[in-house]
Design a protein. Sequence first.
Length: 200
Amino acid sequence: MLNHFVAQQVTKIRPLPEALLKRISDATCQVTLPKKTMLLKQGAICDRIYFIENGLARSFYVHGNEEITTWIMKENDMVISLRSFFTQTPSLESIELLENSRLEYLNYSDLQEIYNEYYESNIIGRLLTEYYYALSEERTYSLRVQNSKERYESLLKAQPNLVKRVPLKYIASYLSMAPETLSRLRAKTREFSKNLSSAA
């Protein structure tokens, strides 16, 4: 029986040999950490790949006195600084927990050993990389092509509960807009929903 969240998750991507699943499970560490814990600080090398079983995290850059939120991760998401992890160089971003969270992680060295020991693990790695690359391309499109209203509506459609869980200033930064703009959009959306309910 798989007693680790990560091992359970990878079986949803692709069926794997029991020996590989046991190897992944044995290498996986479980942690429960409080809100505001820094999983990674800018300038440090990312040597762990986290998976969120329960909780919320954000990654961000610091530019001058401003924090720019780049990603928001929730349950079942992978948490990693891709460039830092795969090149083992200092990270350009920081990663912080926004809620008390339960996570599992694999160390860089353990993951490399698993890649070397089991061919099938490389397939999982490739599929995960493809998935997050596609998400990155969608985000790039949203930031470059969509206006503020469209970006907010896209987020509501894709992840409606996220807006309720994440502080407004981080959502605004993630959507590349001023907090005041986001407040106006939220007010308009609530008013529109209220009018629809009244008309029904």
